[in-house]
Write a protein that binds this ligand. Structure first.
Ligand code: CTP
Ligand code: MG
Length: 227
C-alpha cells in the first residue's frame, strides 16, 4: 500500500438545463444503471476517499437511492461548476490527500485505466487532464461568421477525469475566489492561472459528456457494442 492517499470528487451539482429532463441527466437510467453509478463504481476501485457534490434538491435522492450505506460523502454544490468543486475540496481538508481526481458525473464511459493514468501523472507531474484531438476543423466565430481558424494539430478537447495535487488545486481555487473568478469551466484552467504546468493524458473518444438526449442514446449504443 502506498503511504499517500488519493481522493475523488464526482460532480453532480448541475441540473442539466440543455438536456431538458425533470430528472438531472446524471440520475437517469443508462443500461439498467444510473448514469452517475458508472463513475462511482470506477472511482471506488481506485481512490481512498470519495466525495459527491450534489444539487441541493437532489441530496436526499443521492444519499438514499445512490450512496446508501457506502463510504461516500455528499456535499451540496454551488451555482457554478467551479463553486461545486470548491465545496468538494473543503470536505477533504482533514484527510489532506496527496492527489484528488475531479470528474463530471455526466461522463459515465471513461475507463479505469484513464483515471489511473491521470492520478499517476498528477503524482509525478502535478496536474493532469484527459484530452483528445479534434477530427473536425476548428475556428473561432463571431456574429455567425468565421473570425479565424485554429490549427487542429495543436488543439485538444479537454475531458475529465482530471487529477491534481490536492494542495495545489485547493490553493488555486482559493486564489480564484479571492479574485472574484467563479466561472472556470474546468479545474485545469484554475491551476493553469497559477502558473502550474498541466500535463495532457490521452483521453478517450468514447468518454462523451452527456449533454443532450442524443448523447444518452450514443452512450447506450457504446455500452451495448462493447458488451
Ligand atoms: N456541475 C456541478 N455544479 C454546477 C454545474 C455543473 O457540479 N453548478 C456538474 C454537472 O452535474 C456535470 C458537470 O458539472 O456533471 C459538467 O457540467 P454540465 O455538463 O454543464 O452539466 P449541467 O450544468 O448540469 O448541464 P447544463 O449546462 O446543460 O445545465
Ligand atoms: Mg453546465
Amino acid at each position: 500500500m502506498p503511504e499517500y492517499k488519493t481522493a475523488g470528487i464526482i460532480l453532480a451539482g448541475g441540473t442539466g438545463s440543455r438536456f431538458g429532463s425533470d430528472i438531472p441527466k446524471q440520475f437517469l437510467e443508462l443500461c439498467h444503471k444510473r448514469v452517475i453509478e458508472y463513475s462511482i463504481d470506477k472511482f471506488l476501485n481506485l481512490v481512498d476517499f470519495l466525495v459527491i457534490v450534489s444539487h441541493t434538491d437532489w441530496l436526499d435522492f443521492l444519499s438514499f437511492e445512490i450512496i446508501k450505506d457506502r463510504d461516500i460523502r455528499a456535499v451540496i454544490g454551488g451555482d457554478t461548476r467551479q463553486m461545486s468543486v470548491y465545496n468538494g475540496l473543503c470536505v477533504l481538508e482533514k484527510e489532506n490527500p496527496r492527489v484528488v481526481a475531479i470528474h463530471d458525473a455526466a461522463r459515465p464511459l471513461f475507463s479505469e485505466d484513464l483515471l489511473k493514468r491521470c492520478i499517476d501523472t498528477a503524482l509525478t507531474g502535478g496536474a493532469a487532464i484527459a484530452g483528445i484531438t479534434s477530427n473536425d476543423s476548428l475556428a473561432r466565430e463571431g456574429d455567425g461568421s468565421i473570425l479565424h481558424y485554429i490549427d487542429r494539430e495543436t488543439a485538444i478537447r479537454i475531458q475529465t477525469p482530471q487529477a491534481f495535487r490536492y494542495g495545489d488545486l485547493y490553493a488555486a481555487h482559493l486564489g480564484a475566489r479571492l479574485h472574484g473568478k467563479n466561472d472556470y469551466t474546468d479545474d485545469s484552467q484554475v491551476v493553469f492561472a497559477t502558473g502550474t504546468t498541466v500535463k495532457i493524458v490521452k483521453g478517450e473518444e468514447t468518454n462523451i459528456k452527456i449533454t443532450s438526449p442524443v448523447d444518452l442514446k450514443i452512450a447506450e449504443a457504446i455500452l451495448t457494442l462493447s458488451d
